[in-house]
Design a protein around this ligand. Structure first.
Ligand SMILES: Cc1ncc(COP(=O)(O)O)c(C=O)c1O
Length: 378
């Protein structure tokens, strides 16, 4: 069988992209807040239902800038989840702060808001939550804690493009939110990302930080970085904005198929999206519980033998990384849910072009836990 990856990038019709490339050639304006960049920034406000958007060349630089824009004190502590991609805690450390890893909720796998207060010290400056797999953090509870202790709140919404919480854009919660537009994300600009925020006064600060701190020809206001999205990335975004909903609709059908077949299998748990939340359809994670006949790792290997590449997201968890074994991270919390789930989560192939035969083959493999090897897939 052809190799099946966990995802496939969303690609517009090549002719539509080439038409943008021709425009860019004629304009001779390749980067630095060009026409396509500005058009995408404006359009994303409506799509994400947010008042302010600043585009970036990738999600990591956007998150790095978000933390920088919050002016967190040198050496202060940022409470975050270790059940995320490496970029999340790395951005804290690049801002000269320390990640404090907090345990997660067993269903949404997001930071457990009930455990945050225990980790707050006089040195805590912020909470960095991750809407992992598109499941939203408990934004209300986090907001209350932040107000009580005067903390900044930053969200990593790399997996939550277009997600809404009771009709509100997920990027309107907290002080600032980062979205990633990497090629593997539901909506991509090849590499790219953005920040969203309610406070209008952050616009100028983020603009400066994204462009070396340069405010005008002779004025450099801040110690900025190069976070600018170029015109080719923006062109990809403008085209993918036209087709991402269709992709979501296809993924919704795939999810329904997986849900129907996998919910009947003993030992497989499908995390439930809380009420009032729209799904971004970024990933399809399942939990391989102890009463499933083989372990998650054995299952991963069996799939690999069949050329099906699932992902052990997130194994290792960030608290396991060698670089966080030293004193870069503060070790305080009991991380028993993370340390259990990191061995149990498996993300299945999930993209609009995944055909029925392949989905059926994957579901049959999961139900036939002894894997007799006689299953066929065309
Ligand atoms: C949770 C999370 N945060 C941050 C990032 C970094 O985004 P980017 O790849 O756009 O730099 C990613 C993935 O790519 C991610 O999955």
């Amino acid at each position: 069988m052809d190799r099946i990856f966990v995802t496939q990038p969303l690609l517009p019709d090549i002719k539509d992209f080439v038409a943008h490339v021709e425009d860019i050639w004629h304009s001779k304006w390749l980067t630095n807040m060009g026409t396509k960049h500005n058009e995408l920034e404006t359009k994303l406000k409506n799509v994400l239902k947010v008042p302010n958007v600043s585009l970036f060349n990738n999600g990591t630089i956007a998150l790095l800038t978000a933390l920088k824009a919050m002016d967190l004190p040198y050496g202060s502590e940022v409470i975050t989840t270790p059940f995320t991609f490496a970029a999340t805690p790395h951005c804290i450390v690049w801002n000269n702060c320390k990640p404090v890893f907090c345990d997660i909720e067993p269903n949404t796998m997001t930071i457990d808001a009930d455990r945050i207060e225990d980790l707050i010290t006089p040195n805590t400056s912020a909470i960095l939550g991750v809407h992992v797999y598109g499941f939203p953090c408990n934004v209300e509870k986090i907001d209350k804690i932040a107000k009580k202790y005067n903390l900044k709140v930053i969200y990593d919404a790399a997996h939550a493009f277009s997600t809404e919480i009771n009709g509100k854009g997920i990027g309107t919660f907290g002080d600032i939110t980062m979205f990633s537009f990497h090629a593997t994300k539901l909506f991509n600009t090849i590499e790219g990302g953005c920040l969203t925020y309610n406070d209008e006064s952050l616009k100028r600060k983020i603009y400066n930080l994204r462009n070396f701190g340069i405010q005008s020809e002779e004025i450099v206001e801040d110690v900025g970085i190069n976070g600018k999205m170029n015109e080719f990335q923006a062109a990809m975004g403008l085209e993918n904005l036209k087709i991402y909903k269709e992709e979501q609709e296809k993924r919704a059908k795939i999810k329904a198929f997986y849900d129907e077949h996998l919910s009947k299998i003993k030992g497989i748990r499908i995390p439930k999206m809380p009420d009032g939340i729209t799904n971004s359809y970024q990933y399809y994670p399942i939990i391989i519980e102890d009463d499933y006949p083989i372990t998650r790792d054995e299952l991963y290997d069996r799939f690999k033998e069949q050329n099906i590449l699932t992902r052990k997201y997130f194994y290792p968890a960030c608290n396991d990384y060698d670089c966080y074994k030293n004193d870069l991270a503060v070790k305080l919390a009991d991380l028993s849910v993370v340390n259990d789930l990191k061995h149990k989560v498996l993300c299945l192939p999930f993209y609009g072009n995944l055909n029925f035969n392949k989905m059926d083959f994957i579901c049959n493999m999961l139900s036939n836990c002894h894997f007799t090897g006689d299953l066929k897939c065309q």
